[in-house]
Write a protein that binds this ligand. Sequence first.
Ligand SMILES: *Cc1c(COP(=O)(O)O)cnc(C)c1O
Length: 363
Amino acid sequence: MTDLPTPKPGILDIAPYVGGKSKIDGVAEPMKLSSNENALGAGQKAREAFQAAVSNIHIYPDGRATKLRDAVADHHGLEPERLIFGNGSDEVFALLNQTYLTPGDNIVTGQYGFLAYRISALANQAEVRLAPEPNFRTEVDALLALVDERTKLVYISSPSNPTGSYNTAEETRRLHEALPAHVLLVIDEAYAEFVAEPDWETSLPLARDAENIVVTRTFSKIHGLGGLRIGFGYAPLKVAEAVDRIRLPFNVSVPGLEAAVAALGDEAHQKASRDLVQTWRPRLTQAIKGFGFEVFPSAGNFVLVRFPDEKRNAAAANEYLHTRGIIVRPVGGYGLHDCLRITVGTEDQNRAVLDALSEFAAS
Ligand SMILES: *Cc1c(COP(=O)(O)O)cnc(C)c1O
């Protein structure tokens, strides 16, 4: 007999999130291409700001994140009071779920939608409805078909992880127009800065005039600050004010705030990061296709590769890459058992990936 309270219904049904692997036995410095981190690391300006912040780490951070709030508002032309800052955008999703979901409500997202949306929805005893993605991209009509009066949030990411697909500006507008007003549409733009496709647009302007759109961004990808955990949402004022009531008062750290402000002003590092991805994404895609594997078109800083062959399958490819000191991401958690997601790395890393996959194809 134990007197411990039992976790709430649903909690123990949540599969623990497994992050990208970072070690290979016997390899001192593996190439980590498993978490879509910035291959160039953080920029010099962000590093310096982080180091300078060391003299203030005994001081609680500004709970309103005023300096970062003003910098983000200025950078994107947004109203500062409509921003929600989080310990990564992951926390923004969790806060939205916690603010709006009661047991029996539901969220709707794509079949291959980012797992982070689902975890906190389940923790709030909500149902997670997954719209089929037969073409490995979010389908507007499939999402709409699952929406009912208990739907509180619809989540899309554009570009999406792990598929790399995106929704055109027209599709996103159509989704928003067709959604009932009681549903909050969350558009996750974690990979916005890497998109090259002309029919994609940021939804920040769409959100400005809407009463039920939240657009999220992160400092983890283009800015290379994944380790510091900073993201934000741009929400209707009413949403931002509601979320603010449950947000932990000091959810973004002192060095995080300082580094993020500096990163936002470091256009050169953002450009170098974008250029690296836009140069290597097509090269990786073409070359890996040439080895006989499928590569999904990607608008993010990664490619999703499919290994349809029974013998030269994704698990075997993953093992082979390990023997070359390369860590990529199996995506069985999304049901994509025959795929691996590979982050675009530095030139040397990308060449190592291509060498290894070419050898694997010939093995
Ligand atoms: C990496 C990523 C994020 C960013 O999460 P943070 O918590 O801000 O690090 C958000 N959405 C998607 C789809 C991602 O892949």
